[in-house]
Design a protein around this ligand. Sequence first.
Ligand code: FAD
Length: 397
Amino acid sequence: MTHTRTARPDQAFDTLLEAARRIAQSIAAEQADDVDTKARFPKETMQALRDASLLSAAVPRHLGGAGCGLLELNQLCSTLAHGCGSSAMVLAMHYIQLACVVRHTGARPALEDFLRQLVERQWLLASITSEVGTFGDTRSSICAVERQGDRFVLDKDATTGSYCAHADAIAVTCRRDADAAASDQLLVLVRREDARLTQTTTWDTLGMRGTCSPGFRLESSGPIEHVLPQPYADISAQTMVPYAHTLWSSLWWGIASDAVRRAGQFVRAQARKTPGVTPPAATRLAEVTVQLQTMKQHWQSVAEAFDALPDTPAGREELSGIPWGLRLNNLKIASSEAAPQIVHRALQIVGILGYKNDSPFSLGRHYRDVLSASLMVSNERIASKNASMLLVLKDMP
Ligand SMILES: Cc1cc2nc3c(=O)[nH]c(=O)nc-3n(C[C@H](O)[C@H](O)[C@H](O)COP(=O)(O)OP(=O)(O)OC[C@H]3O[C@@H](n4cnc5c(N)ncnc54)[C@H](O)[C@@H]3O)c2cc1C
């Protein structure tokens, strides 16, 4: 077990957080509308994140990274989301894949060497879990990894692959071998030099346009050591889902929080026009902050509880259990429902200036970005998994 957690922010983390804040307020915020309009990769922001060593925040210290815990990564992503939702989603997806490698290397030298190089070169990791024919079920695959001596061969037809064309490596789910069941999956780390990508669909979406997530046909062959040793069932329950559901929630909160910040600026400007009179919208601003604060406390408490778990076989086993499964799924469902509601309420406060795309109070991008939340692994699909778990759980969570 190589993952190192910090119990509370230290100086190294403070430096990273300050860098994330600076990048969010300057480069990310400045480029966000252009990234959104052109549906282009936020390359300036990603370069700034690289320059500040933010891409290796999740790598343990003994491998050269900052050793950030889950709560700290959540803080970094939510901070960046205030400037640009797509950039924060890219960073979140990168951290999710990075955590999978970090926590499931099995102390394999080739994977540890990969992580050291990632720190040095600030590599960006993408993921391909979706597949043509599996209908959004990340826990089943059609493609299978093939072993050829000391190499693997893996081809996959992905429906959605965020920023794959810009990534240095892609974590890919697949069946263990050609005879394995659809759910008997592994995770393979495919480096750019080991992959050939052919774009198969476009990415012209309502929101999250800067994630650049079209479909891809992947053809790859790489060192066999890059097939992660543990079953994907464990990686998914113990790392992929906990990191994804908290990091996504924190960045959706960041987008909603920026919407409320804009609404707050609008209300204060109104108040200055009528000194001594509290504008009616101020009450609605107060009301929406209740929902915003609840949302924040939800992802914070789940991330804190995760960080407090001992990184032992027993601690990891706990994450595979029903109570943690429900807790994480509930966080995802609650956050993905709350974020659009909060942005909608901010829009009602601001009115037409929020509806306009060219005003300092514009909320269109925020609204469109958070609408992806309930679809990004469909809430219906997650709710049906919860329903099955609740049938066998005696004590309600
Ligand atoms: C911004 C963004 C970035 C993404 N990036 C990536 C990426 O980098 N890599 C990647 O692999 N994928 C990525 N995805 C894809 C994502 O992981 C999901 O695979 C995808 O959003 C699900 O697509 P779907 O709606 O067709 O799937 P489905 O889950 O099959 O849903 C289709 C429909 O069926 C309904 N449905 C499904 N299951 C049930 C059920 N049990 N009960 C009732 N109704 C049900 C849903 O509500 C929905 O209406 C991304 C998605 C988004 C939005």
